[in-house]
Design a binder for this molecule. Sequence first.
Ligand SMILES: *[C@@H]1O[C@H](CO)[C@@H](O)[C@H](O)[C@H]1NC(C)=O
Ligand SMILES: *[C@@H]1O[C@H](CO)[C@@H](O)[C@H](O)[C@H]1NC(C)=O
Ligand SMILES: *[C@@H]1O[C@H](CO)[C@@H](O)[C@H](O)[C@H]1NC(C)=O
Ligand SMILES: *[C@@H]1O[C@H](CO)[C@@H](O)[C@H](O)[C@H]1NC(C)=O
Ligand SMILES: *[C@@H]1O[C@H](CO)[C@@H](O)[C@H](O)[C@H]1NC(C)=O
Ligand SMILES: *[C@@H]1O[C@H](CO)[C@@H](O)[C@H](O)[C@H]1NC(C)=O
Length: 626
Amino acid sequence: MSPKHLRLLTAVLLTCAIQHSLSQISPCPPCGSTPVPYPLSTSPTCNDPTYQIRCDASAGTLLFDSINNTYPITSISPSTQRLTIAPSPFLPNTCIASDLTSNGLQLNSSAPFNITSSNTIFYLNCTDSILNSPLNCTSNSLCHVFANGSESGRDCGNGPCCAFRAGGSTTAFRIRVREEGCRAYRSFVNLDYGLAVSRWPQPGVELQWVLPSETVCRGQGDCGSGSTCGPDPNSNGRVSRCFCNPGLVWDGVAGLCVEECRDPDGCGHDRTALIAGLTSGLGVALIAALIGFFVYKRHRRIKEEQQRIAREREEILNAGGGKTAKNFTGREIKKATNNFSKDRLLGVGGYGEVYKGILEDGTIVAVKCAKIGNTKGTDQVLNEVRILCQVNHKYLVRLLGCCVELEQPLLVYEFVPNGTLLDHLQGQNRGILSWDRRLSIAQATAEGLAYLHFSAVPPIYHRDVKSSNILLDEKLNGKVGDFGLSRLAHTDLSHISTCAQGTLGYLDPEYYRNYQLTDKSDVYSFGVVLLELLTSQKAIDFNRDPDDVNLAVYVKRLVDEERVMDAVDPMLKEGASALELETMKALGFLAVGCLEERRQNRPSMKEVTEEIEYIMSIVTAKSMEK
Ligand SMILES: *[C@@H]1O[C@H](CO)[C@@H](O)[C@H](O)[C@H]1NC(C)=O
Ligand SMILES: *[C@@H]1O[C@H](CO)[C@@H](O)[C@H](O)[C@H]1NC(C)=O
Ligand SMILES: *[C@@H]1O[C@H](CO)[C@@H](O)[C@H](O)[C@H]1NC(C)=O
Ligand SMILES: *[C@@H]1O[C@H](CO)[C@@H](O)[C@H](O)[C@H]1NC(C)=O
Ligand SMILES: *[C@@H]1O[C@H](CO)[C@@H](O)[C@H](O)[C@H]1NC(C)=O
Ligand SMILES: *[C@@H]1O[C@H](CO)[C@@H](O)[C@H](O)[C@H]1NC(C)=O
């Protein structure tokens, strides 16, 4: 054996050795039969004692102590650093929280836990003074639905109550009830607002913990061989921690120093290749057997690792409340799309290809190969998926899941069978799109977008609103689809990009000034869609006069000349009542409002939705009169 081979072999053996002596932290024993995952700690000597919880050994339940109270822990998700506690019940036959005397749930803000924004919270049995708060205490607030419709809210009557999403700076550490304000609260994790109350989940409050830093140590003896005890610069040297040795990095989820890993599908493929190369150079049976043993162990480890990652991803997906969200395997998707065969290709855009697929159970799906830049990690895709699952909504094309195994992340959507709004407006029989049908498509689309802007956390800007991205189902209901360009709305500047995004004819003119897309950019694009609905014309059409190629510019000119009705699709005007013609004019004005040059002058998507609903109410009132 050449010295070079020997060195390589030693390296292989060493890596394996390191893997085995890493456990620096003694794990906590289970509480009854309930495991205590890292970093949560039931005693000062196991896991990370900063993450203190308690164990009721007789009941086998884990307990979470707030400043003044104790709550049972009902679930723990270490991969997302979240746990759910059951809030205090009401005092029997009242609408008073049993933790009212200690002012509700108060977390110690110096401890590493906070209340997440996945919680929808209702304040109940409130005094009238609450009506001045910025919370949603209106008579149609969801808390009334709860108080009126659920068994546990039945004692809360119909007095003032309020609903809000937790997790802002004021609610990150407390849900406050008091005698002079509200006397009870209820919280639901990942509540799907569309569900009937009877199908709501059990109440719970979800908490999140900060990923732990390296283990605290007093000397090298406290650290494993993979790390070195040294002063923590963040504590001015008062605390020492087991910092990972070069080549290893701290994994706050597992609580270990692990090999640096840039490939999210598991490390070590390269080294498997190395071992294969090694074997060819060695003739000695003993060594081959030895290596075979390590290869076997390694394979098992890789396999376990892959299973762990798959499990974690499923957890991440479901943490968003996307009950149908699923992690599809590459095999499943290849099979569903007949190995991405050409005849399954539904469309190609600048932002990816869409294939029709048929899942094993017969479900027809649209598989979108998200063309996402190289910088975009799988985890980021997963995070977007999680958020899209969270906004699973009747006005949006449903995201069924994703597959991140293949080179390109794939997103699997519910298949909407009846083509796009563009197809219908430009097709032979656009006559089936009556005026009230068009209004209801506009309303559904607006509501879907308003949902993305105002109810998703963090907000999502669609960025590519256009009639070919509005899908119609068999009953010609509109659904917003294709989040190809959607990015989570960051408040920083990272979403500024220098190359034009979006589609010509729909793109916010302010984008050219500052290269930023905001919710108001979606409003602009939606204004163009409204014009398409009104005129049945294309957003860009070179058959119009050169000055009128752009539909937005064209209709704005007509509005300035007080001739807006000239733009309306003649098929709509035919046989329309005077009142209906008025509503067409009203929609035209609303569209032009959305197309204001300055963003601040455009309405929000919420306001647009309300306006369309108002216009619809006039049309329906009229048709009921007939
Ligand atoms: C609401 O709170 C007040 C004050 O604590 C209490 O007197 C009243 O009984 C509560 N209402 C119900 C329905 O329990
Ligand atoms: C804890 O409860 C006591 C009364 O039992 C109360 O005075 C104190 O304000 C409570 N602490 C917090 C943070 O609510
Ligand atoms: C809050 O947590 C800090 C640090 O963990 C601790 O020192 C303090 O005593 C706690 N305060 C209360 C009221 O529990
Ligand atoms: C309050 O919530 C209800 C139901 O979710 C919603 O319809 C209403 O628009 C909200 N009001 C405000 C002021 O946010
Ligand atoms: C309460 O629920 C009943 C049916 O369960 C419904 O008829 C009634 O309108 C609801 N009242 C309010 C104020 O929501
Ligand atoms: C809660 O803690 C998590 C984890 O550290 C953090 O990402 C999040 O911003 C915190 N939320 C609030 C509202 O402080």
